[in-house]
Ligand binder design. Structure first.
Ligand code: HEC
Ligand code: HEC
Ligand code: HEC
Ligand code: HEC
Length: 504
């Protein structure tokens, strides 16, 4: 047999070339790995600044800064005016927007009418705890001041300190860049629920738990303590109600046990629990949570850049990145999958509207019964029904995407919520009749303006005070933070503050 040496030679050259390329790519990856390991620990005073990490992790920083692109501001009170009735007497009736990019967390927190218009570091209305899920400056301040001091005082106390938006130090160790969490309340809650702590959890679970530092239900637990100088103080400590499990009913049982109520509804005088955003808890009950698909799998998909693979840090709606977020596991077409998700939204929205309408009417009919002379005694079980119904409705929808993360649980909660609201309304018919009121129908709350008027929200006054705060104290906060080197110009570049009440 005659060997074709020329052919062999060509094959060899091609093979050597390919090996060279492969080696090059391994080299690149190795270099990247070594570079990562070489990265020094990021100093305490720089940790909260995302730019300080950019030098070592340019790709992660580059994608993180793109959370700026998630800038759309959606006024939920315009979209669902019933909310102002349900939250009458509470901050959320004043101003409430759908969540947007992490980049905006600090400025949205300063802009919302809920944080009010403090005039110095001691005026309210909100406690320091309101900063907790907004910034990597929060773990920095907990380290500097101690947890209890951090949770003591008014929100404005940390205006000059908490200036960088959600970033690297919220989720990473400043020395190794491994996943880490820096808020004590999460491990306390995991332990109370009988679950492994963050450090004991699997790597895949940590890809959820970094998000569970913030995307969870919580309340501010009043905690008395004495500082090192013997001063008696009261802290409002972020606490997750997980003792009886990660469910709406479990959290309700915990709140009832400790006698917690977030506010008394101004219209009906019902004692209300306000849900925060139990995103992690609900996700756990859904099929992806059950099958160990982590938040990061969908929201931070791997991205290939040349020979380097990294996690996309532009946390956003994964329907924008379906090729990387869904297609690694699903075989349907993107269009088909999108259609399925959209139908889930429509089903949820139908029950969502029903439950809200009935709850809003129950509040207004209770007010009418009070006006007609019904006593607290007569209204007790009605107000209890409203509390239970509103808690379940809020739990189902407060973390907006639960219709996708946990469709069955979301629909169950909305159906039960509607049942409680209807039960209250049936009882109200007879209470109203007993006091001579027949055929009462609640006033129109179909626009934000009408609903806020019924809820007694003095919008113009609130906006005027806020604009004054923005011209004075807020300017001072930013100036001081810049002078002290806590905030870099680069972070602020191109950021465009937005609020529902800004005149366009
Ligand atoms: C909300 C949490 C969160 C924030 C904020 C965040 N990361 Fe990450 N980061 C993650 C998760 C989750 C992973 C995936 C880790 C894994 O599976 O090992 C990751 C991975 C990484 C990795 C490992 C390589 C990779 O890409 O998978 C580096 C390095 C990194 N992040 C740096 C940063 C830097 C720098 C910032 C700030 C600009 C940042 N991260 C902000 C959660 C976060
Ligand atoms: C330090 C607290 C914190 C952590 C940690 C955190 N988030 Fe968020 N997240 C927020 C807040 C606050 C907002 C709303 C910001 C706003 O509207 O200004 C938000 C908004 C979002 C949005 C909406 C983005 C948009 O453009 O509409 C997504 C998606 C999201 N987070 C996913 C995640 C995932 C996934 C993780 C974990 C990998 C995570 N978050 C970790 C606090 C946090
Ligand atoms: C299987 C994929 C998947 C997993 C896992 C997942 N999400 Fe989502 N998430 C989505 C999709 C899809 C949407 C958008 C739904 C829609 O169209 O509104 C979304 C929306 C969101 C939003 C709202 C974004 C906005 O702009 O309104 C937040 C916040 C969020 N997810 C947080 C989380 C957190 C936290 C986890 C883990 C506890 C998680 N997600 C797990 C797919 C996922
Ligand atoms: C890591 C794998 C993985 C990723 C990534 C993933 N899924 Fe899934 N998904 C699953 C598994 C597993 C199931 C359960 C059904 C099964 O076992 O076949 C499922 C079920 C579903 C279902 C049907 C269940 C229900 O709730 O009705 C939908 C719809 C779905 N996924 C959409 C998505 C979308 C949209 C994305 C991207 C944003 C996504 N998935 C990302 C693994 C994944």
């Amino acid at each position: 047999m005659k060997i074709n040496y020329k052919f062999l030679l060509i094959i060899s050259v091609v093979a050597i070339g390919a090996m060279g390329l492969l080696a090059g790519s391994i080299d690149d990856r190795e270099k990247e790995r070594v570079d990562l390991n070489k990265s020094p620990e990021i100093a305490h005073e720089d940790r909260a600044k995302n730019e300080a990490w950019a030098r070592y992790y340019p790709r992660q920083y580059g994608s993180w800064i793109k959370t700026k692109e998630g800038s759309e501001l959606k006024d939920m009170l315009k979209d669902k005016p019933q909310l102002a009735i349900l939250w009458a007497g509470y901050g959320f009736a004043k101003d409430y927007n759908a969540p947007r990019g992490h980049y905006y967390a600090v400025q949205d927190n300063r802009n919302t009418l809920r944080t009010g218009a403090p005039v110095d570091s001691k005026t309210g209305p909100m406690p320091t705890a309101c900063w907790t899920c907004k910034s990597p400056d929060v773990p920095r301040m907990i380290e500097e001041d101690g947890e209890l001091e951090f949770f003591t005082g008014k929100w404005a106390k940390y205006g000059t300190e908490i200036v960088n938006s959600i970033g690297c130090y919220n989720c990473h160790d400043p020395k190794t860049a491994e996943l880490a969490m820096h808020v004590p309340h999460l491990n306390r809650a995991l332990t109370a629920a009988g679950l492994p702590t963050f450090e004991e959890s699997t790597h895949q679970e940590k890809r959820n738990l970094v998000c569970a530092q913030c995307h969870v239900e919580y309340y501010f637990k009043k905690t008395e303590w004495t500082d090192e100088n013997g001063n008696k103080k009261v802290a409002k400590v972020v606490t997750l109600p997980w003792k009886y499990g990660l469910t709406a009913e479990g959290a309700e049982k915990y709140y009832d046990e400790v006698g917690h109520t977030d506010f008394t509804n101004k219209i009906s005088k019902a004692p209300i629990l306000k849900t925060q955003h139990p995103g992690y808890e609900l996700y756990k009950s859904g099929i992806h949570g059950q099958k160990n698909v982590a938040c990061a799998d969908c929201h931070m998909p791997y991205t290939q850049e040349g020979s380097v693979k990294y996690s996309d840090h532009q946390l956003q709606n994964p329907l924008n990145t379906m090729d990387r977020s869904c297609m690694p596991c699903h075989r349907e077409s993107e269009e088909k999958l999108k259609e399925i998700v959209h139908r889930k939204y429509e089903r949820k929205d139908q029950l969502h509207e029903l439950a809200m309408d009935n709850l809003a009417k129950a509040h207004l009919e209770t007010a009418k019964a009070m006006e007609a002379g019904a006593t607290d005694e007569e209204l007790k079980s009605i107000r209890d029904d409203i509390r239970k119904g509103q808690w379940r409705w809020d739990y189902a929808v407060a973390s907006h995407p639960s219709f996708f993360h946990a469709p069955e649980e979301t629909l169950r909660l909305l159906a039960v919520a509607n049942d409680y609201a209807m039960t209250a309304r049936i009882k109200l018919v007879s209470v109203l009749a007993k006091h001579g009121v027949m055929d009462y129908s609640a006033p129109d709350f179909s626009t934000k303006e009408n609903a806020q008027t019924l809820a007694g929200v003095p919008l113009e006054k609130l906006v005027a005070a806020k604009m004054e705060f923005k011209k004075t104290l807020e300017v001072e906060w930013i100036k001081q933070a810049k002078e002290r080197g806590l905030l870099s110009e680069q972070t602020l570049k191109g950021s465009d503050p937005e609020a529902s009440y800004f005149k366009k």
